[in-house]
Design a protein around this ligand. Structure first.
Ligand code: AHM
Ligand code: MG
Length: 336
């Protein structure tokens, strides 16, 4: 009889720890706790249509958007699981105006900080569309034994030690990198474990999907308008026209394009002249994964991972995905 042969997330991260001879298991414990929080949030997301958990709680978050109960729940789950890990001295969350520092002795001695968008795309909850959590881990630059400081969170994305996302879709998946390739795990609800499902994810170099909110077309930069027209033109050599797909949930749009090949674009618009997506919580972790999978992430002017943040909630124009498509966008933006 054949047994159930699986590699769980926990086995995998412990195995990977052995790849780094001086690793002390700190990052392993952090990643383990991220997996636990993801399971807790999955439970709640799956119940969203059943219990009275939808709707605003009468709050407006720091981005000026209505906060739903599930956002608050996810935020609290990730904060408390990081605190419980004892390996994290502070957390910056898209849901909080200021950083949260953990003041107990264990956490003060911890080496890492976390940045998180606990529930991205949450306006999609009440229509049963996929949503996600996006996270990244940095080594602190303030001395161990003290409280985390603002500077710990204002590091360029190229300093990330780990990054990933959880997608709450038809199944829950956790995808992460520690700078040595990208791995994906699918939650098997019957055993409550994330199981390795996508080993060493590589994104196709030539994508054929473009994902953008075309409702904002008239406000896009000229180069982006030209790129959209380029995607729509017929050319058998480059297999155009390309396919347009847009869910409006970054993690879901990115995840599909990562596996199938494509580009996600969020240019500056009239409503969001700097772009909509946040450098620290959304663009940096997604860019780390994209590059680790062989893709590319830019603002149109520079590599996302080289930007030194000026503000915790800074927004940037964001283009990420298959190399051929991102480079085409850069070409059109450069010509315009
Ligand atoms: P959020 O952080 O408030 O949830 O907003 C981010 C979301 C992304 O998931 C998605 O890519 C984008 O907003 C969609 O924006 P739009 O509705 O303007 O197309
Ligand atoms: Mg978000």
């Amino acid at each position: 009889m054949k047994g159930y042969k699986i590699t769980t997330l926990n086995e995998y991260i412990i195995r990977r720890q052995a790849d780094y001879p001086y690793a002390k298991g700190e990052l392993t414990r952090l990643l383990y706790n991220i997996g636990v929080a993801a399971k807790v949030v999955t439970k709640k997301v799956n119940k969203a249509g059943l219990v009275d958990i939808l709707g605003n709680i009468g709050n407006v978050n720091v981005q000026g958007e209505d906060v739903m109960k599930l956002d608050v729940f996810a935020n609290e789950s990730f904060i408390s699981s990081m605190k419980a890990s004892g390996e994290c001295c502070g957390i910056a969350s898209e849901e909080n105006q200021e950083i949260v520092t953990f003041d107990d002795g264990l956490s003060r001695d911890a080496n890492y900080i976390m940045c998180v968008d606990p529930l991205d795309g949450s306006s999609n909850i009440d229509v049963n569309v996929s949503i996600g959590t996006i996270f990244s881990i940095y080594r602190r630059i303030s001395p161990r034994g003290s409280k985390a400081e603002a500077a710990d969170f204002m590091q360029a994305g190229n300093k990330q030690v780990a990054a990933g996302y959880v997608i709450y879709g038809s199944s829950t998946m956790l995808v992460y990198t520690t700078g040595n390739g990208v791995a994906g795990f699918t939650l098997d609800p019957s055993i409550g474990e994330f199981c390795l499902s996508n080993h060493n994810i590589k994104t196709p170099e030539k994508g054929k999907i473009y994902s953008i909110n075309e409702g904002n077309y008239s406000h896009f930069p000229e180069g982006i308008k030209k790129f959209i027209k380029y995607c729509q033109e017929s050319d058998p050599d480059t297999k155009r026209p390309y396919t347009s797909r847009y869910i409006g949930s970054l993690v879901a749009d990115f995840h599909r394009n990562l596996l199938k090949g494509g580009i996600f674009l969020y240019p500056p618009t009239l409503k969001a002249p700097q772009g909509k997506l946040r450098l620290i919580y959304e663009c940096n972790p997604i860019s780390f994964i994209s590059e680790q999978a062989g893709g590319k992430s830019v603002t149109g002017e520079e590599r996302v991972l080289d930007i030194v943040p000026q503000d915790l909630h800074q927004r940037i124009p964001f283009y990420t995905g298959s190399k051929n498509m991102v480079e085409k966008v850069e070409q059109f933006l450069g010509e315009s």
